[in-house]
Design a protein around this ligand. Structure first.
Ligand code: UDP
Length: 318
């Protein structure tokens, strides 16, 4: 079986490629490396079942079509995903989720492949209800700084549903909540890599706002388990499913926990809250439990330990 992973050189994509190879799939990875990096997949290049293509999915896909023949499954992950990245690449984010998603859905239709669209908890915006269920429509500011990502993913969801309704393609939409793990980029600006690096280097931990906003953090291995179940179980066809860890916590408490785990003397400072930063986020995962038999297993403490070790190792190699 042949699987395409778009955004395969990104943080989540590279873990997914690795896992799929371990399960004996043939894997084709597409990435344009604006936020992914070839470092994430260089250890896979010797595997003859693995092919990597540098390509921008918003372009005409025809020149690479021959390399994509016989694809059975498509994980469509390609998109900047951290607030810092999608602010820097706002137009690219809108284009890869619109034109890029169109190209991928068209490819799926031609190959009769199943598509998994990697969507996001950001489609819920700054939610008025908590926890967020798949049936909640969201509270999104289309013209705010996060609109480029939120609306891009909402459009990608709508386009995927349109292909499903009109052409009856096989598809599933997964809304990914905050995920963390090794290979997050140092400079991607997300809270876990920021706090860990700040704590390890003795710099102040930068809490935005009063730190009372909440997030729920899922370790990457749990997410990969959920993504692959969602793709390979037949009964997920046409479904929209949240994947995330429902263990909700305040950002200030995350800062304190990371500082303690790194045995750091860093101070904790408070900076302005970015515009439209959601005040709460917690997935309702009842649907994932029911139809995927999925439940995240890695406790936050363990996950943070792995990532702290990883950052220490990467730093020692510099
Ligand atoms: N955050 C923070 N300090 C940082 C980076 C982020 O306090 O150095 C906060 C951010 O304002 C948000 C939460 O941590 O409330 C999660 O931010 P992240 O960028 O990881 O992802 P988001 O959930 O906003 O997409």
């Amino acid at each position: 079986m042949k699987v395409l992973v778009t955004g395969g050189a990104g943080f989540i994509g590279s873990h997914l490629c690795e896992y799929l190879l371990s399960q004996n799939y043939e894997v084709v990875c597409i990435d344009n490396y604006i936020t992914g990096t070839s470092d994430n997949i260089k250890h896979l290049l010797d595997d003859e079942r693995f092919k990597s293509i540098e390509f921008d999915l918003t372009q005409n896909i025809f020149p690479i079509l021959s390399k994509l023949s016989g694809i059975n499954y498509i994980f469509h992950l390609a998109s900047p995903a951290s607030p810092v990245d999608y602010t820097n690449y706002a137009i690219e984010t809108l284009m890869v989720n619109s034109a890029g998603t169109y190209n991928i859905l068209d490819l799926a239709l031609k190959n009769r492949a199943k598509v998994l669209l990697a969507s996001t908890s950001e489609v819920y915006g700054d939610p008025n209800v908590s926890p967020q269920k798949e049936t909640y429509w969201g509270n999104v500011n289309s013209v705010g700084p996060r609109g480029c990502y939120d609306e891009a993913k909402r459009f990608a969801e709508a386009l995927t549903m349109a292909f499903y309704r009109k052409y009856e393609i096989d598809m599933v939409i997964i809304r990914i909540f905050n995920t963390f793990g090794p290979r997050m980029r140092k400079e991607d600006g997300r809270v876990v890599p920021n706090f860990i690096q700040q704590a390890l280097s003795g710099k102040p931990l930068t809490v935005y706002g009063d730190g009372l906003q909440t997030r729920s953090f899922c370790y990457v291995d749990d997410l990969i388990d959920g993504l692959t179940k969602a793709m390979f179980l037949e009964k997920t066809r046409g479904e929209v499913v949240n994947l995330g860890n429902p263990n909700e916590m305040k950002v200030i408490d995350l800062a304190k926990q990371i500082k303690e785990m790194c045995a750091s003397n860093s101070e904790i400072i408070f900076l302005p809250l970015p515009e439209d930063d959601p005040l709460q986020r917690k997935p309702d995962i009842e649907k994932a439990k029911k139809i995927l038999g999925w439940n995240p297993k890695v406790p936050l403490d363990d996950g943070l330990k792995y990532v702290i070790k990883w950052f220490e190792r990467v730093d020692s190699l510099r």
